[in-house]
Write a protein that binds this ligand. Structure first.
Ligand code: EPU
Length: 420
């Protein structure tokens, strides 16, 4: 197991290029199961979750050829309708195989994802929607077993919560269903829109993606298509904060600033100077950082996937900020680790009250999930002395070459095998 060792206190400067979005690449890869033919995807991020999804696809019968960020994938037919527990347990997003397998091949067996460091994360809304579309679903031996005779039928689905992967799963399934399906209170994240764009290139008839009502006219089959994955807005935000927290000057390129509006507004409110271009954002730390309140919400609200990183920044701001998590119930595990670095944070239910301190001090800390790891890396970049972040396998799930990209900006960071 690797850990990341940082010497804090260096101003980051220079340019960093953003990779494709993990959370767009995963559903797009899963959607390959919706039809035969060859698709070529570019800007696919080199992160472990993508490798895991490729393994799931290969297991199910696809041939996946990866050259750098270009994936050529052919599905001659499915060899199995079962996504195995050994792969699913390492990545909850494997549940995205459920809708496509069921809609195209009539059956899906996907291990039920277990608990997660950031909350219970049930998939009841995915299952209820698929049942409404005519699927028979039972949970057996830890697996979701779904089947349908013939095509799924269309339905009007009103999600209790705008679930991202739930919307994606049902949108994929509805692409091949008989009739017109309407998804209300759907997730409107850019990753949902990117999946819809890919499906439309393959012949799907989808309108409204990017809003909370998505209409899908089912078609009998989908073909292969070429697609470039949208840039990762969470990686973008993480490097913006890396620039701001180190008092540096960083230009983040090949990104989509229009997908980062809520974060950009909060950074500006906190006194961070930003220059926004069409596909680049320049961050320059100006005067002292000011505390701002943040509440996570579904898109276009402030993303829960940036909450931990924003907290690292607020730990060094002037004044007190209240950070409220409304999307997941227990996404504050990074707080205890930040406290070990000298941060002044108090948790009250789903609020964290962060009172800025003059400085953080480097310490050995432990990552608990992907974004918590990023938060600790950011804190370590700004802290005095050495910070050792263990369990960085969480980071490798979702950040492409984070250590190399940070080193390119002048950070003193190295990866080490963990001492036991
Ligand atoms: N929920 C239910 N029932 C369901 C589905 C969701 O109660 O059937 C609840 C969840 O427990 C949560 C809320 O609804 O409280 C929203 O969850 P959502 O389903 O939107 O999350 P997700 O689809 O499992 C995706 C991302 C997450 C990101 C969230 C929220 C992917 C592969 N994952 O998860 O990304 O935090 O949306 O934006 O797209 C990450 O990249 O680090 C990450 C965790």
């Amino acid at each position: 197991m690797d850990c990341m060792v940082l010497q804090g206190g260096r101003r980051l400067t220079g340019e960093v290029s953003i990779s494709g979005a993990k959370n767009a690449a995963l559903p797009i890869l899963a959607s390959i199961l919706l039809g035969k033919g060859t698709s070529t995807l570019t800007n696919v991020p080199a992160v472990r979750d993508v490798l895991t999804m490729s393994k799931v696809l290969t297991h199910l019968g696809a041939s996946v050829e990866a050259r750098g960020d270009r994936y050529t994938i052919t599905l001659p037919g499915v060899a199995s309708c079962q996504a195995p527990y050994e792969l699913v347990k390492t990545m909850r997003a494997s549940v995205l195989a459920l809708g496509p397998l069921l809609a195209r091949w009539g059956e899906a067996i996907v291990a039920l994802p277990g608990g997660c460091a950031i909350g219970a994360r049930p998939i009841n809304l995915h299952l209820a929607a698929l049942e409404k579309m005519g699927a028979e679903i039972r949970i057996e031996h830890g697996n979701v077993h779904a089947c349908v005779r013939g095509r799924l039928k269309s339905a009007r689905i009103n999600f209790d919560i705008p679930t991202v992967t739930g919307t994606e799963n049902v949108m994929m399934a509805a692409s091949l269903a008989d009739g017109t399906t309407v998804l209300e209170n759907a997730a409107s994240e850019p990753e949902v829109s990117d999946l819809a764009s890919f499906l439309i290139k393959r012949g799907a008839r989808i309108s409204g993606a990017g809003t909370d009502v998505i209409t899908i006219d089912g078609v009998p089959e989908l073909r292969g298509a070429d697609h470039e994955i949208v840039p990762d807005r969470v990686e973008t935000g993480t490097y913006l904060i890396a620039g701001a927290i180190t008092g540096g000057e960083v230009r983040v390129v090949r990104c989509r600033p229009d997908h980062c509006d809520a974060l950009l507004a909060k950074l500006q409110e906190a006194g961070v100077a930003l220059k926004v271009e069409k596909e680049a954002i320049q961050v320059r730390a100006g005067g002292p950082l000011r505390a701002v309140d943040v509440k996570t919400l579904p898109y276009p609200g402030f993303p829960t996937d940036m909450q931990a990183q924003m907290m690292a920044l607020m730990a060094l701001a002037r004044g007190s900020s209240v950070i409220t998590e409304t999307v997941f119930e227990s996404r504050f595990l990074h707080v205890l680790e930040l406290q070990r670095m000298g941060a002044d944070i108090r948790i009250e239910g789903n609020h964290s009250v962060v009172t800025g301190v003059e400085r953080l001090s480097g310490a050995p800390v432990m990552a608990s999930d992907l974004r918590a790891s990023a938060c600790l890396i950011l804190a370590g970049l700004a802290a005095e002395g050495e910070t050792r972040v263990s369990r960085v396998y969480h980071l490798d799930r979702g950040y492409e070459r984070l250590d190399a990209k940070l080193a390119g900006l002048g950070a003193q960071v190295r990866r080490e095998a963990e001492r036991v």
